[in-house]
Ligand binder design. Structure first.
Ligand SMILES: NC(=O)c1ccc[n+]([C@@H]2O[C@H](COP(=O)([O-])OP(=O)(O)OC[C@H]3O[C@@H](n4cnc5c(N)ncnc54)[C@H](O)[C@@H]3O)[C@@H](O)[C@H]2O)c1
Length: 351
């Protein structure tokens, strides 16, 4: 079995506790970026994992990648269901016998939701309720779901604290607000134990660098490795709290195993550091240099993107206090850890 993540090595008591359990986890969106990273860690911890995805934005290659890095015994505890969360019966079948649901399946991207609000709503809201309903019918399930920092909308204050949200600025953000509302309704109506994790700009291995809706870090790393044009939207002083995916995986697993007092809440999941796009560009260039590469891309300043918030910074103290969340990677450490993966991926991609 390959190495465990730093946060697990830092907390042997927690690691031993998970290993001592024999529970079935359902991870939706498992062929996607965050989902596949969660599955990988759970399998490394000796857990049984059922995965669900319809490959809308995820890839079979992410699952192949997992299989190639795990030993046969870990992989034998993995099962995959190809299904759409808009299919309520498929959600019920997937929840059978499960103890923890880590629900990641959704259509991400603000611009995608502006182009096609109906499909984003159908997947992110109707699909989400299908999953909530399947979980509450099954009974004793703990349900952790991917919420989003986009829920803060036009709330201007920094850092963002969970109790203070503004108006959503895009159809995508609206779906994530509805997720939180429905999770709370299911808690009050059916007693479902749910936790929402408001992710802030996650990055790391297996994040899709392709297509019109790619996120900024894989897009820029690709441009800097391949020497293509790198586009900065606006003046580059827009800022984000970039969160390495291992921190996000940690938050999910800690949330699932958290004490009763932690349930029925939402939590920011980030690092608590704000980086402008201009500084991000410099940080990626430095991480590339660490690997002996020099960026050869030229920069183009495009217009500011519709639906985007100007600045984002999380207060992560609630997750630290109630979930025991302890992020191990800031932006620089995350980029350094991820860079060999990016380089390998873009080399293979070019072949
Ligand atoms: N990446 C981020 O920075 C970020 C930030 C905030 C919130 N989130 C949320 O985190 C979750 C995971 O995002 P990601 O970045 O890994 O995206 P991703 O696109 O890589 O993964 C989403 C997965 O869900 C699957 N999916 C989509 N529609 C589906 C459907 N109808 N039925 C079954 N599966 C379906 C996709 O095929 C994909 O594998 C999403 O809920 C997203 O909204 C992500």
């Amino acid at each position: 079995m390959s190495e465990l993540s730093e946060w697990l090595n830092n907390d042997p008591a927690f690691t031993a506790r998970i290993r001592s359990e024999d529970k079935l986890w359902l991870v939706t969106g498992a062929a996607g970026f965050i989902g596949s990273n969660i599955v990988e860690t759970l399998l490394r911890l000796g857990q049984r994992v059922r995965a669900l995805d319809n490959f809308a934005t995820g890839y079979a290659r992410n699952l192949d990648d997992l299989q190639s890095t795990l030993d046969a015994q870990s992989w034998s505890r993995f099962e995959f269901i190809q299904a759409d969360i808009r299919d309520a019966q498929a959600c019920r079948d997937a929840c059978r016998g499960v103890s923890y649901v880590l629900h990641q399946a959704a259509l991400g991207s603000v611009p995608r939701s502006i182009d096609d609000p109906l499909t984003t709503n159908a997947v992110n809201v109707s699909g989400f309720i299908n999953m909530l309903d399947a979980a509450r019918r099954e009974g004793d399930i703990r349900f952790v779901y991917a919420a989003s920092s986009s829920t803060y909308g036009d709330e201007p204050n920094l850092p963002k604290i969970e109790e203070r949200i503004g108006k959503p600025l895009s159809p995508y953000a609206a779906t994530k607000v509805f997720n939180e509302i429905y999770a709370d309704i299911f808690r009050r109506t059916y007693g479902l134990k749910a936790i929402g994790l408001r992710y802030f700009n996650v990055f790391g291995p297996r994040q899709d660098p392709h297509g019109a809706y790619a996120a900024v870090i894989p897009l820029w790393v690709k441009a800097m490795i391949t020497g293509s044009v790198l586009q900065i939207n606006g003046d580059g002083e827009t800022s984000r709290d970039f969160c390495f995916v291992e921190n996000t995986v940690q938050a999910n697993i800690r949330a699932a195993l958290s004490d009763d007092a932690a349930w029925g809440e939402v939590y920011n999941v980030a690092v608590g550091q704000r980086t402008s796009l201009n500084d991000l560009h410099r940080a990626i260039a430095e991480a590339l240099e660490q690997e002996g590469l020099t960026s050869s891309s030229s920069i183009f300043h495009g217009p500011k993107r519709a639906g985007d918030i100007r600045h984002s910074l999380a207060d992560v103290s609630k997750a630290m206090r109630l979930l025991g969340y302890d992020p191990t990677h800031d932006l620089v450490a995350g980029l350094r850890t991820a860079m060999p993966w990016y380089i390998n991926f873009f080399r293979k991609d070019a072949e």
